[in-house]
Design a protein around this ligand. Structure first.
Ligand SMILES: NC(=O)c1ccc[n+]([C@@H]2O[C@H](COP(=O)([O-])OP(=O)(O)OC[C@H]3O[C@@H](n4cnc5c(N)ncnc54)[C@H](O)[C@@H]3O)[C@@H](O)[C@H]2O)c1
Ligand SMILES: [Zn+2]
Ligand SMILES: [Zn+2]
Length: 393
């Protein structure tokens, strides 16, 4: 089969690789009909995450048709159309039973207690979190879905059957970015009358804006420096755009617009590669610093006392410029982490069916899988006003 494989920084290739096969009784084989490139894939593409090997198949946002199913699979059958969550979860362990699917402690064998990975830096005998599709050996070394076929483990827990009448593009983002934006908004406790600031107008920020609107937020500020992304969010979700290439200190602008209190919640949909601090970017490139703290510092500065900072953006490694004293002084709550996708997929599917959420409006690029390398390049460089790339095998 053909698959998009990683061969080093900025080097993705579509190659012929062996077809996947069923390995466990509760596996399915999926024929992929649509798959997307995620901002998380860009961290891999730029070489920011350890544990990636040459030839690894990337991709964790995908859907398709069940081609074959192991004998223990009861939830779906051959021919069913399904969306797959990016988190692989057993549905039975301590964490899955609390609906904390991204913390599933049974699906990531490569980094178990005996390997001492812990929470990566704080090397204790902590159990590992869930395996993810196409996301390095740290997350289980499971081949991803930017491919013609993919093996899907734990098929009685992950796959969500799609009812007739919905096109692939309408439901594809149930795999990751829609639940991620939704979890970020729930974590931020956004409700009627809330004021919220979303850092980053990428796909995750846009899904967060859609969900914040849906939940009744009164004012949504959005910070980025890609004018075309901000303009789309303003037109589509009614956000108040702040372009950090023009406004030197977006957090200060938000304080001025909120009677010098700040917003109820800030959602950091940027993560560890935040732009704006030349020193941190250099230190992070030299691997002396794990991440750029620019977005997080702005988040801490823009939120009101007693407010919430919700972080769907991915972070790794240490961060020295983290203003914990400011956070203490303001009495802040932080919520973050990988999305417990399985928890939110059914209700989000219902909202899509009812026409209340339309995640597909953010798609700008539709390419054949064979052009995956071009898709990565365009999305990475934000060329051609790219918001989101969908690949079709
Ligand atoms: N928690 C999860 O489960 C989960 C799921 C999906 C994606 N993510 C993460 O969410 C983040 C965003 O993903 P995406 O697909 O939207 O990626 P993206 O790269 O397309 O978007 C990021 C946006 O942030 C903007 N940005 C950069 N520096 C900024 C700053 N200092 N202030 C404000 N905006 C800034 C960029 O211009 C860009 O538009 C990534 O870190 C990704 O890994 C997390
Ligand atoms: Zn993702
Ligand atoms: Zn589990």
């Amino acid at each position: 089969m053909k698959a998009a494989t990683y061969h080093g920084i900025h080097d993705m290739r579509v190659e012929t690789v062996p077809d996947p096969v069923l390995q466990q009784p509760d596996d399915i084989l999926l024929r992929v009909t649509a798959t997307a490139i995620c901002g998380s894939d860009l961290h891999l593409y730029r070489g920011k995450v350890p544990g990636l090997n040459h030839g690894d198949i990337l991709g964790h946002e995908f859907m398709g048709v069940v081609e074959d199913a192991g004998p223990a699979v009861t939830r779906v059958k051959r021919g069913d159309r399904v969306v797959i969550p990016f988190t692989i979860s057993c549905g039975e362990c301590f964490f899955c039973s609390k609906a904390l699917f991204a913390a599933c402690e049974t699906t990531n064998p490569k980094t178990g207690v005996e390997k001492g990975r812990g929470a990566i830096l704080n090397r204790k005998s902590l159990r590992s979190a869930a395996a993810l599709f196409g996301y390095t050996d740290l997350y289980g070394g499971i081949p991803g879905g930017q491919a013609e076929f993919v093996r899907v483990p734990k098929a009685n827990v992950g796959p969500l059957k799609i009812p007739e009448g919905l096109a692939d593009e309408q439901v594809l983002f149930l795999s990751d970015i829609l639940p991620t934006g939704y979890q970020a908004v729930l974590n931020a406790e956004v409700g009627p009358g809330s004021t919220v600031c979303i850092m980053g107008a990428g796909p995750v920020g846009l899904m967060a804006a859609a969900c914040a609107r849906f939940k009744g937020a009164e004012r949504i500020f959005m910070i980025d420096h890609h004018a075309y992304r901000l303009a789309f969010a303003q037109a589509t979700y009614g956000v108040i755009p702040i372009n950090f290439d023009e406004v030197d200190d977006p957090a200060e602008a938000i304080l001025e617009a909120t009677a010098h209190r700040g917003v109820d919640a800030v959602i950091d949909a940027v993560g560890m590669e935040a732009k704006g601090s030349a020193i941190e970017t250099t230190l992070a490139t030299l691997k002396l610093e794990g991440a750029s703290g620019k977005a997080l510092r702005q988040a801490i500065a823009a939120v009101r006392r007693g407010g919430i900072v919700s972080v769907p953006g991915v972070y790794g490694g240490p961060l020295h410029g983290f203003l914990f004293g400011d956070a203490f002084d303001k009495g802040l709550t932080f919520r973050m982490g990988q999305t417990h996708a399985q928890r939110f997929m059914p209700e989000l599917l219902a909202f899509i069916q009812e026409g209340r959420l339309k995640p597909d409006v953010i798609i700008t690029h539709r390419l054949p899988l064979a052009e995956a390398a071009e898709g990565y390049k365009v999305f990475n460089k934000k060329e051609q006003d790219c918001r989101k790339v969908v690949l079709k095998p």
